[in-house]
Design a protein around this ligand. Structure first.
Ligand code: FAD
Length: 499
């Protein structure tokens, strides 16, 4: 076995600096050299501000103190996502982090909820989620040690300034010995026999050699695609949005502890509150809406004038045929992109880094490890893809060609089975280690008005009166707990305000 002596990270966006910070921390200062190459002239994609709770684990692995992180990145806390106008115009529901209900003696809370509320009501379901309830009241606190109280178990993520996060990670990585080289990659050399990448050349005449290359060059995929011609699996027939117009604005409303996603005639618009501003973007399908229409809709739906000229970002949903090909691992946008509806891209980077550490190569680049890495990456992406498709497919909107297309398109088999299972007895399962758990599937299926034909028969272990009494208790406990939480803005001021 000959160990890797040098890792080269091509690209210094969120993906590049996440990889640099994590690898330098986990491998330590003596294992191998790590060099990151980036070009300020090219810049980064500059969006990516909403996350899911798993980022807390990533930051803890890096030894980042949470208050410090929130302060440094102008972050706010996130308890879930509010979806507006997705099922039908006028609908509002929250997909919360954490679970619904409290312990019901080993039987899923979902079964009792559907027994008691066979027709479902968005607002009543929120009464059983501390995260949703707190989000509606603009409250936040971290979990405390409070026994059986739901306050012991508050799940949350963050909204943050992705540019500041990359800078923060850069500082950490450089402190841990990562070297950074500024310059534009103009050439990539390969071994003529194996096709392995051997070095990258920069416009300044510098040549950077390495054993393992991490491609974080964004949508360009300079190494994984332009050099290795790995191929791309296109998912745009399921996820037809391919453009976003983005710009921040000043916050006029409250610093809400949740992301808002409001559906438009051919896509949706995000509102992500940070401490100092609000991040906004209108994601749309250019085959159903022109850039001019998308921009007009975007501006009309901002709470204040944009702070910069809105810019358009183009993308294609799908993923590389292999995330790891030869001695190149693609992380971030170079590996593929699922649109940002459920804030999963940064998580996918984190997942890639974790799996790379589990299957870290030596210079022989064992193909069995590479195949396993690719299989796990495919699984992660495909399951997230299906969850995102659900939002588009389960709509009742008829007001545009876009929605008429998404609700009648053929969907992946796995998703069709999940929906059928849910339709019959309201059952949802988290399969293997797929990212989204049963709470997420339950929230979005009901949120988009898929109502099961019957409740799970196991819910009959309690009679109707007992079920109603228990549910009443749960909603009262959650109400009391949510009232105990401070206002989101006050919590930040007290603990981790930027200035
Ligand atoms: P980039 O930011 O594009 O970085 C690429 C890097 O490569 C840069 O440093 C660039 O300088 C360098 N580079 C490229 N070519 C060369 C060259 N020739 N020479 C030298 N250097 C080069 N994710 C979330 O988790 N949550 C969200 O809410 C979210 N919202 C998003 C909204 C939109 C519209 C889009 C498009 C993405 C969103 N994402 C979100 C995804 C998120 O932005 C990205 O996953 C994340 O920023 C990682 O990007 P990256 O580092 O892969 O690429």
């Amino acid at each position: 076995m000959e160990k890797i002596d040098k890792i080269v990270i091509a690209g210094g966006g969120t993906a590049g600096w996440m990889a640099a910070a994590a690898l330098s921390k986990i491998l330590g200062p003596h294992y191998c050299e790590i060099e990151l190459v980036e070009s300020e002239a090219i810049g980064t994609v500059g969006v990516g501000e909403a996350t899911i709770p798993q980022i807390g684990t990533f930051n803890r692995t890096l030894g980042i103190t949470e208050d410090d992180f929130v302060r440094e990145t102008n972050a706010t806390f996130k308890l879930g996502i509010e979806f507006v106008d997705w099922g039908q115009l006028g609908d509002r529901y929250i997909h919360p982090f954490g679970g619904y209900g409290l312990d019901m003696g080993g039987v899923s809370f979902h079964a009792f909820y559907l027994k008691n509320h066979p027709k479902h009501n968005h607002q009543i379901l929120e009464d059983y989620s501390l995260q949703a309830k707190a989000a509606r009241k603009n409250r936040f606190m971290r979990p405390v040690n409070a026994g059986n109280s739901p306050l012991s178990n508050i799940a949350y993520a963050f909204h943050f300034d992705a540019g500041l996060y990359a800078k923060y990670l850069r500082r950490l990585a450089e402190e841990r010995g990562v070297t950074r080289t500024e310059g534009k990659i103009v050439d990539i050399e390969q071994d003529p026999e194996t096709g392995f990448v051997t070095s990258i050349s920069l416009d300044k005449g510098i040549k950077v050699k390495g054993d393992l290359f991490i491609d974080c060059t964004g949508f360009r995929g300079l190494l994984i695609e332009q050099t290795l011609k790995t191929g791309f699996t296109d998912w745009s027939h399921w996820l037809p949005c391919d453009s976003a117009v983005v710009a921040p604005c000043k916050r006029k409303g409250e610093m809400l502890p949740y992301t808002r996603s409001t559906a438009s005639a051919a896509g949706w618009q995000w509102r992500i509150p940070l401490q100092h501003r609000v991040g906004n973007g209108h994601v749309y399908a250019s085959s159903f809406m022109s850039d001019e229409e998308a921009l007009t809709h975007f501006i009309e739906n901002l709470e204040s004038p944009p702070l910069q000229d809105p810019r358009v970002i183009r993308f294609k949903t799908g993923m590389r045929k292999k995330a790891w090909n030869k001695n190149v691992v693609a992380l971030g946008l170079s590996g593929g992109f699922l649109e940002p509806l459920e804030s999963t891209s940064i998580h996918i980077i984190q997942h890639g880094i974790a799996k790379l550490m589990q299957m870290f190569p030596d210079k022989s680049f064992n193909q069995v490890d590479i195949d396993r890495y690719n299989r796990l990456t495919d699984f992660e992406n495909e399951k997230i893809r299906d969850f995102i498709i659900l939002h588009y497919y389960a709509t009742q909107r008829t007001d545009s060609d876009f929605w008429n297309y998404t609700k009648t398109m053929e969907i992946p088999e796995y998703l069709a089975e999940k929906i059928n299972l849910f339709k019959s007895y309201g059952r949802v399962f988290r399969e293997n280690e797929e990212l989204f758990n049963d709470t997420s599937w339950f929230a979005v299926m009901l949120g988009q008005n898929i109502i099961p034909n019957a409740y799970d028969p196991v819910a009959d272990i309690f009679d109707a009166e007992e079920t109603a009494k228990r549910l009443q208790n749960i909603s009262e406990t959650i109400e009391t707990a949510s009232n105990y939480m401070p206002q989101h803005e006050d919590f930040i001021k007290e603990n981790c305000a930027s200035d």
